[in-house]
Design a protein around this ligand. Structure first.
Ligand code: NOJ
Length: 548
């Protein structure tokens, strides 16, 4: 059995980590925004669910230009979300309940409200304060053109001009200026931040845009030639390590430096890279002398197709193993369409267009989506490695695809010229109760409107209800803890088309039927299934079963 005790330095290798998006989780002070006390109050939910750790998305001072990923102070709590004392209380209670705590670190950019950026603006061109960021003169006769053709991930030029005529780089919104990681003061400050939270007892860090920190800033900066090459998707078309700002080889030196800080704690603090980088290159961030893990988004991007999923699993296991890391699995997070809806979209669906149609074109059958989501989850939880579960997926929440555009808060909406509704549909505050203001989220309502059908998905509607999605997660996580042994997976030799079947330790076997006809199950006792078996005991379509 895997040892999740607080002293096991390898606890993360097969952990189930629950992502809390604080402003949408629970609102204790009734101001409409989730907060840290709300998280602490609801920790018993996570303990009863049976996860090993929680990861808190940013709760630092921020004007929320990008949902908190625009950090004004890395070593404090946003007053609307609480205080450092509230954080300490949260961490203490989590640890008392046997839950590890992971916090989000956003090192690629600060908020424009950060004291460093304010200093940089005041200090003017050529000043040391500007050198902590990426300021350059523009091109054109009077510098009126951006220094390069680099594009922001959220649309438009990645450069913003300031009143004195210089431009600064922002790979995300203009409220998120990129830091200059060639600057020793920047490096030292992040070491201080790692120590600050490690000293407060956090067990690990999730590293935002981990692949963008190192940039080729040699002057003159070079154009990409084709603005399309600004996207992470471009990495597959370029020789590895040659993109001016993504996945450069020098970035690894930063994480080796961080590892020395993380390893100075007992047990060593862990970290997971958010790096949208293809397979083997992504695994480099997870090397033992770097961060330990890197999110594997290929699983999340796979269609509901047995061959594709099998290939992604095999590849992810092999690439993680090659560097001595454990694999990671993600189906949903705060940036993507929730998998209860996404898995029903035909392969190749333009998800922006689907959201712009308010989820009507194509129509997603809600019960069918939930059925697939449950099957995908049981499959994920049987895989070697760790699983990252996003708040609300244990309730089977679908994407709220029909949010009216007037309520949208994601900067993507405006920055893409209203071509993308953005990510608010997976950030709608959680329903805890079947009635009451904001379904138990908080006394003042929710900052994004919850649809009436959220009542059916509320924790209260599912707690103790046999067959509910919440009970499925609880049972699966309980069983998983008991069954877990080793990190091996052995594929069954012969399986019907559209079926994935593999064995883990001690005869634990997982079978998923992605075809549209029932299939026979291998011999053994069925421990759990994501949907009832067919009348004749066969595994129905879109169902996963665990056997022993
Ligand atoms: C990735 C985060 O998950 C996302 O929410 C954010 O917008 C970008 N990084 C920029 O920080």
């Amino acid at each position: 059995m895997t040892d999740f005790s607080s002293h096991n330095p390898d606890w993360w290798r097969q952990a189930v980590v629950y992502q809390v998006y604080p402003r949408s989780f629970a609102d204790a002070d009734g101001d409409g925004l989730g907060d840290l006390r709300g998280v602490t109050d609801r920790l018993p939910h996570l303990a009863a669910l049976g996860v090993d750790a929680l990861w808190l998305s940013p709760f630092y001072p921020s004007e929320l230009a990008d949902g908190g990923y625009d950090v004004a102070d890395y070593r404090d709590v946003d007053p609307r979300l609480g205080t450092l004392a509230d954080f300490d209380a949260l961490a203490a209670e989590a640890h008392r309940l046997g839950l590890k705590v992971i916090v989000d670190l956003v090192p690629n950019h600060t908020s424009h409200q950060h004291v460093w950026f304010q200093e940089a603006l005041a200090a003017g061109p050529g000043s040391p304060a500007r050198d902590r960021y990426v300021f350059r003169d523009g091109r054109g006769p009077s510098g009126e053109l951006p220094p390069t053709d680099w594009q922001s991930v959220f649309g438009g030029s990645a450069w913003q001009r300031v009143p004195d005529g210089q431009w600064y780089l922002h790979l995300f919104t203009r409220e998120q200026p990129d830091l200059n990681w060639d600057h020793e003061e920047v490096r030292e400050d992040f070491r201080t931040t790692l120590r600050f939270w490690s000293d407060r007892g956090v067990d690990g860090f999730r590293v935002d845009v981990a692949h963008a920190l190192a940039k080729d800033l040699a002057d003159p900066l070079r154009d990409l030639g084709d603005p399309e090459l600004s996207g992470e998707q471009a990495l597959v078309h370029l020789p590895p390590g040659t993109h001016p700002f993504y996945d450069r080889d020098e970035v690894h030196e930063i994480y080796r430096d961080w590892r020395r800080v993380l390893d100075s704690y007992t047990p060593p603090r862990t970290a997971v890279a958010e790096a949208w980088v293809p397979g083997a290159r992504r695994a480099l961030y997870a090397r033992p002398d770097e961060l330990n893990q890197a999110f594997n988004f290929e699983y999340l991007q796979a269609s509901w197709n047995a061959e594709q999923i099998r290939a992604v699993i095999a590849d992810s296991l092999a690439t993680a193993r090659a560097v001595g890391a454990s694999a990671t699995w993600v189906l949903s997070n705060h940036d993507v369409v929730r998998h209860a809806s996404r898995l029903m979209l035909p392969p190749g669906t333009d998800q922006n267009a689907w959201l712009l149609s308010d989820g009507r074109a194509p129509h997603v059958d809600e019960p069918a989506g939930l059925r697939r989501a449950r099957a995908a989850t049981l499959l994920m939880l049987a895989l070697p490695g760790s699983s990252y579960v996003y708040q609300g997926e244990e309730l089977g929440l679908p994407e709220v695809a029909d949010l009216p555009v007037e309520v949208l808060q994601d900067p993507l909406w405006e920055q893409t010229g209203r071509a993308s509704k953005g990510r608010d549909g997976c950030r709608v505050p959680l329903p805890w109760t079947t009635t009451g203001p904001s379904y138990g989220f908080g006394a003042a309502g929710a900052w994004l409107p919850q649809p009436p059908y959220f009542a059916r998905y509320a924790v209260q509607a599912q707690d103790g209800v046999e067959g509910s999605t919440l009970e499925l997660y609880r049972t699966a996580l309980r069983l998983r803890r008991k069954l877990l042994e080793g990190e091996e997976l052995t594929w069954a030799l012969e399986t019907p088309p559209g079926v994935l079947s593999f064995a883990r330790c001690d005869g634990w076997r997982c079978v998923t039927n992605l075809s549209d006809t029932p299939v026979p199950l291998p011999p053994g006792e069925v421990l759990l299934s994501s949907a009832p078996l067919a009348g004749d005991g066969r595994l129905a379509p879109d169902t996963t079963a665990w056997l022993a």
